[in-house]
Write a protein that binds this ligand. Structure first.
Ligand code: PLP
Ligand code: COI
Length: 341
């Protein structure tokens, strides 16, 4: 198959319009049968619920070319389930797991020439999303919705690829107790925009949010979960009801224990503990595992012993094993790899 004319090795994390996207419309209490379309534009009322009250949610997952030339997707059923959980919280209709996975397969097949070749480090990012479409002026959920998936080829989320990141502990909050931090609502990202621009202006790569009730415990960044490695090689990650349940993080914990024989722990992690860890990394679909080299707590610079030039050794093992599973060079646990073509 002819691939698209893209400089795969130099892609950043941006939007490139590809050929086909999936659309399904929800009207009169049911979803239509769905279709692929070449039309990337959306036309709707100025009073659409999504525009006035941000009734929108999304997912993110990737398709890869394996070493032996197949195209696969990583755990799309997990994204489908998380979108169901999000839709329940946002009073949006459920798009079934089966239809979600089928739509993913359709979009990747239709855009096969946009799936980066094996070995380029790039992948095809899929963005499923749903929004309330009909006019709503009193505060209430929409009646009509659209579910869509588009695809865009991407490289690393953070500029500089695997160069360790510098985070700052944020004074602003991302998620309230009993709020929406545990689901993938667009509103969680809208409220982080001020803070990410400010962080970049101050020379940081990302904000590290704390629990908003006490500002004592580490939660996550604006777009990824965080893992720490202790000096005796244990993988530790925050436990909280207000962070997004990252599919990458949950997969990594399994990889750590089942493939690498490492001990893992999900527990509250206080800010004071950061200085005792050996390594840290941000994990997510976009971030994959991006090493963290320094965390700044109100002027106090905490450098992880793994340093500012490369990934820590345990983080690297986790990264290599996860990538190997995704690229088909390491056998995947049952159900993790969705064959596309
Ligand atoms: N946390 C936040 C706030 C995110 O936006 C994401 C991205 O999806 C993640 C964590 C990582 O989740 P996943 O590994 O499922 O992509
Ligand atoms: C992802 O990793 O898929 C996300 O949705 C994070 C986003 C900030 C790009």
């Amino acid at each position: 198959m002819m691939k698209a004319d893209v400089d795969w090795g130099n892609l950043g994390f941006g939007y490139v319009k590809t050929d086909e996207r999936y659309v399904s419309e929800y009207k009169d209490g049911k979803w239509d049968e769905g279709r692929l379309t070449g039309d990337s534009e959306i036309v709707m009322s100025e009073c659409a619920c999504v525009l006035q009250y941000a009734q929108t949610c999304f997912e993110g997952l990737k398709a890869y070319t394996t070493e032996d030339g197949r195209i696969v997707c990583f755990r799309p059923d997990m994204n489908a389930q998380r979108m169901i959980d999000t839709c329940e919280r946002l009073k949006m209709p459920i798009f079934s797991k089966e239809r979600f996975v089928d739509a993913v397969v359709q979009v990747v097949r239709a855009n096969a020439k946009w799936v980066p070749p094996y070995g380029t480090g790039a992948s095809l990012y899929l963005r499923p999303f749903m929004f309330g479409k009909n006019p709503v002026i009193g505060v209430k959920p929409a009646n009509d919705f659209e579910f869509r998936i588009f695809a865009t080829p991407v490289g690393p989320y953070f500029k500089g690829g695997v160069k360790p990141l510098k985070l700052r502990i944020s004074d602003l909050d991302r998620a309230a107790p009993h709020g929406t931090g545990h689901v993938k609502a667009g509103l969680n990202y809208a409220m982080s925009l001020y803070n990410i621009v400010d962080a970049h202006e101050q020379g940081y790569d990302e904000n590290l949010y704390l629990d908003s009730a006490t500002h004592t415990y580490v939660e996550e960044t604006g777009g990824a979960n965080i893992i720490f490695i202790t000096k005796d090689n244990k993988v530790v990650t925050p436990k909280s009801s207000t962070i997004l349940p990252s599919i990458t993080r949950r997969s990594l914990l399994e990889v750590a224990s089942k493939y690498l024989g490492l001990e893992t722990e999900e527990r509250e992690i206080s800010v004071d503990e950061i200085k005792d860890f050996a390594e840290a990394g941000l994990c997510g679909t976009a971030a994959v595992i991006s090493p963290v080299g320094c965390i700044v707590n109100h002027g106090e610079e905490i450098y992880l012993p793994s340093g500012m030039t490369e990934m820590g050794p345990v983080t690297k093992k986790l990264y290599d094993t996860l990538r190997g599973i995704q690229m088909g060079t390491i056998e995947a646990p049952e159900g993790w790899i969705q064959e596309i073509c």
